[in-house]
Design a protein around this ligand. Structure first.
Ligand code: BGC
Length: 397
């Protein structure tokens, strides 16, 4: 009994019942941190259920310029990007589907996070520390974009961080030791940040507990005409790159860095993509168009630099490309063949979109002279890319 009275008194004291001081208002706000006011909005909605029973969420982020970006935590896929044209008309500039079913049925990596390794690894294997690692083979005899179940087909954990002039959608995934054949538990974080300057920033971070290879990218298919009106052959592209990597029949780099000068691969000044895409050139033939890796002329090895720009003449839309990566896979949707009908019932014919996949070189694990993609325990993989949209009234060539 004595003990009960003592406890009750102690409890009332702790609540401040016997205190003469009036209770201060601030006490409450200390415990419940006020949410940061952002002038961008974020909405979450149900996107669909996977065969496993897991559910996918769709995040819709809108900025002050009405730019609207939709991203799902299934594969970290950017499903839609609405940006203004020169008259302020908002239209979608990326390919994809309205619902999860589309992505589950057939998707050539539309909008997805690609990992552990963006692009091909020859014969689906590499040697690391004297040991051979066979990988999942999913592209002829080669390994492509992380294998059979790459980072584009998994559910990512999410967290939203609001700032006054931006919203970050953080995605996390643990790729287990030997997943798709890769050694090491790899903790991956991909952060999409949308700001009021119409930029989509993507930051990639990864750590491992065993030496492994990592090369992350995003596989968004862009078409700046808006709502996919026609192919991308009238878009003009500039890439700050003196060299590209020639490939073999399996689209594996031969190891040579070839000068772009005097070839259809010269985008040092703005060039219309359609200009030489059908040129009688051995490399164009092997790629079925452009499907090659350009090696950037970087000022510094790791800073975010503007290294590319894409323009579409009718809409006036412009997209600048900033990256910390040494290279970009420029792919002109050569394998799109009209079999896919995407959002708004649009049929995706050949070359109806292009990808600018910032990354290290394809097949680096088998090319010791290429910049290394090895990640060791204790090291941090860090990579950033920004796609920034704007308009020009007169888009020249
Ligand atoms: C590759 C293409 C491939 C496409 C879709 C690109 O990164 O370079 O060869 O067809 O992705 O998988």
């Amino acid at each position: 009994m004595k003990q009960t009275i003592f406890c009750t008194l102690f409890y009332l004291l702790s609540l401040g019942f016997f205190s003469c001081q009036p209770k201060q208002e601030e006490d409450k706000t200390v415990e419940v941190p006020e949410e940061i006011k952002s002038n961008l909005t974020v909405n979450t909605s149900f996107f669909g259920t996977l065969p496993s029973g897991d559910t996918a969420t769709l995040f819709t982020i809108k900025n002050q310029d009405n730019m609207e970006v939709k991203i799902t935590n299934y594969g970290g896929i950017i499903t839609s990007v609405l940006v203004p044209d020169k008259d302020g008309k908002m239209e979608d500039v990326v390919l994809g589907y309205d619902n999860l079913e589309g992505y589950l049925k057939s998707s050539p990596y539309f909008g997805a996070i690609v990992g552990r390794y963006g692009n091909r690894i020859a014969n689906g294997k590499f040697m690391l520390d004297g040991k051979e690692y066979p990988l999942a083979v999913n592209n002829g005899k080669n390994h492509l974009h992380g294998g059979l179940v790459g980072f584009d087909k998994v559910i990512w954990e999410t967290e939203i961080e609001k700032k006054e002039n931006s919203v970050a959608l953080k995605m996390k995934y643990l790729s287990k030791d030997m997943e798709e054949g890769y050694p090491g538990n790899l903790n991956v974080e991909v952060i999409y940040t949308i700001d009021n300057e119409n930029a989509i920033a993507i930051d990639y971070i990864a750590t491992t507990d065993k030496t492994t290879h990592v090369n992350l990218t995003n596989h968004t298919y862009f078409n700046l005409t808006g709502d996919v009106k026609r192919d991308i052959l009238d878009h003009s592209l500039m890439l700050k790159a003196d060299h590209y990597l020639p490939v073999d029949e399996g689209l594996i780099p031969t190891g040579e860095l070839r000068n772009v000068e005097g070839t259809p691969f010269n985008f040092k000044d703005f060039q219309k993509i359609g200009e030489e895409i059908n040129a009688s050139n051995e490399q164009i033939k092997l790629g079925g168009g452009y499907d090659h890796c350009w090696v950037f002329n970087r000022q510094t090895p790791n800073d975010l630099e503007i290294l590319g720009e894409l323009k579409e003449p009718t809409s006036g839309r412009v997209m600048q490309l900033f990256t910390t990566e040494p290279a970009v896979q420029f792919y002109t949707g050569n394998f799109l063949d009209g079999k896919i009908t995407g959002k708004m019932d649009k049929v995706y014919n050949q070359r109806f979109a292009l990808c600018l996949e910032t990354q290290h070189f394809p097949d680096s694990p088998n090319h010791p002279d290429f910049p290394s993609t090895v990640l060791k325990p204790g090291e941090k993989y860090e990579s950033s890319t920004v796609y920034k949209f704007s308009v020009e009234k007169e888009v020249g060539n």
